[in-house]
Design a protein around this ligand. Structure first.
Ligand code: NAD
Length: 257
């Protein structure tokens, strides 16, 4: 195979993506579909699920609920196995000092961001063993840097890196690869609102606030959801076949947060 051809996943991959109805998950779902994959997603946003591109099948399932994850795998069984599973669901969690974070918001963040990935990996492993497949766990640059006032989020994302590396050691001898992707500041409505709110609070323009936000990113720019999708596709392509156990930042080099 020519190297250039090894950059594209083979057609017909069976792909499961959590939180695939919006944002990064949706960009990954669309990219796999464009690459000829059969894609099943879950999400809790019913409207966004109903608006998914034709051909992408879905389950309304919350990764923090055991029964929902069971139902997700029952529904995804129509694919006849799984080659790639993307553990993408994650919430921002509270922004507060540690003494102001209540147990409910701490536990909710960990239950979705970390335990949700456990639940999916737990069900996906036999299928990935069967297909010699790939598990991609979505972490964050907050999984390699300290993040003041976002301790549950950062703790969950550092945990994802440990989870990924450990699982890669465990499943590698059986032919299953496991990698984490660490996105930086990803362009989208969420970050635009954060910047607009902060700018309004500070009485400065959106452009000034954005510039300040990006001053700790070497490339001085955000990344696009499609940049994350491109990494997911490469990991799934023959060219990525020897990449496992890695925490791969796609972040334009975020230096501190
Ligand atoms: P988003 O908020 O744009 O979309 C998240 C999707 O997750 C929504 O469709 C939502 O309905 C769904 N969702 C929320 N809770 C769920 C649950 N319990 N079960 C199933 N679905 C659920 O998110 P995003 O920005 O695309 O983030 C996706 C992943 O990337 C997350 O793990 C996030 O931590 C990570 N990430 C995002 C950024 C960023 O800048 N956007 C940066 C680093 C890491």
């Amino acid at each position: 195979m020519k190297v250039i051809d090894s950059l594209i996943p083979r057609s017909g991959l069976r792909v499961l993506i959590t939180a695939g109805a919006n944002g990064i998950g949706l960009a990954i779902a669309q990219a796999f579909q464009e690459a000829g994959a059969r894609v099943h997603v879950c999400d809790i946003d019913e409207q966004a699920l109903a608006a998914l591109p034709e051909g992408i099948t879905y389950t309304n399932a919350d990764v923090s609920q055991e029964a929902d994850v069971d139902r997700l795998f029952e529904d995804a069984a129509h694919l006849g196995g799984l080659d790639v599973v993307v553990n993408n669901a994650g919430i921002a969690g509270p922004t507060a000092s540690i003494e102001d974070i209540d147990p409910e918001s701490w536990n909710r963040t960990i239950n979705i961001n970390l335990n949700g990935q456990y639940r999916v990996a737990n069900r996906a492993t036999p299928l990935l063993r069967e297909s010699q497949g790939l598990l991609i766990n979505m972490a964050s640059v907050a999984g390699r840097l300290g993040f003041a006032y976002r301790t549950p989020y950062a703790a969950s994302k550092w945990a994802i890196v440990g989870f990924t590396k450990s699982l890669a050691c465990e499943l590698g001898p059986e032919g299953v690869r496991v990698n984490a992707i660490l996105p930086g500041i990803v362009r989208g409505p969420r970050i635009e609102k954060v910047i607009a709110d902060r700018a309004a609070k500070r009485g400065i323009s959106y452009a000034e606030m954005e510039k300040e936000n990006l001053s700790k990113v070497s490339m001085r720019r955000m990344v696009e959801p499609t940049d994350i999708a491109a990494m997911a596709l490469f990991l799934s392509a023959p060219g990525g076949a020897n990449i496992s156990g890695q925490a791969l930042s796609v972040c334009a080099n975020v230096e501190t947060i």
